[in-house]
Ligand binder design. Structure first.
Ligand SMILES: Cc1ncc(COP(=O)(O)O)c(C=O)c1O
Length: 378
């Protein structure tokens, strides 16, 4: 957030910015979604509250999406529409876990999981995941975590992950899902970057291996609808009632205009537009990997999906005489206009010498930023 504020200050002062820090697609919602929203606004539709789990037509459309992508037969009654996947995490964690429950997650990882769980009084067990396990938890690491901390009530898994972009393959997901079933651990699978993958790993839904997991997903990334604030969860049968009650009390319902419009995210034209955006990210990834040797960075996580490259920038930090990647990123922005995200939020232990680059930016911005990164030697 500090870097984002600095980016804004630079923009306000008229200075150039080449921002590779936002985890946000630039293209916006599919045409059919925007057209449906525009039509709704000019019609006499009152856009009042919906039921707390969302519009039945949208819940049916999401269930159908699982048939299309994963050949899964999902009961729409098990779909809860939420305010972004962020809303789904709060609801799922509240429904599934008790105060004091131990919940594991990968480090580095998306900081909101840890922050929400801690705010709810859960004990967060961070599993240090490195290159040997593709920055993802494994059954062996989970066994070690149980031996050290005791039984785990939950595991939060993200594939593709933020900030690393790494994925677990279908057989790895099956093994993790089996481990959770054997150990009484509730699996929460964050699948919000599905559809945004490089094709290096097989994309699988955790419900392919048992519907007792909670799946969390979103319109934010593949469909480029971040600001529409709409996501969803697929819930185990036993959690539907609790999530319904919590959702009604916490927010009454997810945003109604966005819900109506999102039904149009599942048209053929919308899928085609979202696939075209994903193809651009793949080109950006290729460009970035080609240019990587010119940047002088160290180890990088294998960028399987999402639109992130997570890199060890220890050498560049040392050469610049800065104490950590946060200071290095601030200086990089001040001297070149290129904004990256320092790693400390994702990993409080090792992230201080890592940085995340988001290649969801516009192609021209990405090219110019890479030129500037390659040319910046301090
Ligand atoms: C891994 C991951 N999960 C969840 C989210 C939350 O997204 P949203 O609330 O827009 O669905 C993000 C946002 O960047 C993310 O990177």
């Amino acid at each position: 957030m500090e870097i984002i504020d600095a980016v804004q200050r630079r923009r306000d002062s008229g200075s150039e910015v080449f921002s590779l820090c936002a985890g946000e697609p630039g293209g916006g919602a599919p045409t059919d979604v925007r057209e449906r929203a525009a039509a709704l606004l000019t019609a006499s539709e009152p856009l009042g509250y919906t039921s707390s789990l969302g519009l039945p037509a949208l819940r049916r459309a999401i269930a159908g999406h699982y048939g299309r992508w994963y050949d899964l037969d999902v009961d729409p009654e098990r779909v809860a529409i939420t305010t972004g996947s962020s809303g789904a995490f709060v609801l799922a964690f509240l429904a599934a876990f008790e105060h004091g429950d131990r919940v594991a997650l990968a480090r580095p990882g998306y900081p909101a999981y840890r922050n929400i769980l801690r705010a709810l009084g859960c004990e967060v067990v961070e599993i240090a995941c490195g290159p040997d396990e593709r920055y993802q938890p494994t059954p062996a690491l989970l066994d070690a975590a149980v031996a050290e901390h005791g039984p785990l009530a939950g595991l939060v898994l993200a594939s593709p992950a933020n900030p690393t972009g790494t994925m677990v393959d279908a057989d790895e997901l099956e093994a993790l899902s089996g481990w959770c079933a054997d150990n009484g651990t509730h699996l929460v699978s964050d699948e919000i970057y599905h559809g945004v993958t490089a094709g290096t790993r097989e994309q699988a839904c955790a419900w392919s291996f048992g519907d007792d997991a909670t799946i969390v997903s979103s319109f934010s990334k593949y469909w480029g609808m971040t600001g529409w604030r709409l996501g969803w969860a697929l819930l185990p049968e036993g959690l539907v009632g609790a999530v319904d009650a919590l959702a009604g009390n916490l927010a009454l319902c997810p945003p109604t205009l966005a819900q109506h419009a999102a039904i149009a995210a599942f048209t053929e034209r919308s899928y085609a537009e979202a696939d075209a955006a994903a193809a651009v990210y793949r080109e950006h990834r290729r460009l970035l990997l080609d240019r990587l040797p010119t940047l002088g960075w160290g180890m990088t996580a294998p960028a399987d999906g999402a639109f992130y490259l997570y890199a060890d920038v220890t050498e560049r930090i040392r050469a610049a005489g800065e104490p950590d990647s946060a200071a290095w990123c601030r200086r990089l922005l001040a001297e070149t206009g290129v904004a990256l995200t320092p790693g400390a939020d994702f990993d409080a232990v090792d992230g201080t010498h890592w940085a995340r680059l988001s290649y969801a930016a516009d192609s021209a911005v990405l090219r110019e930023a890479l030129d500037r990164l390659a040319g910046w030697r301090v």
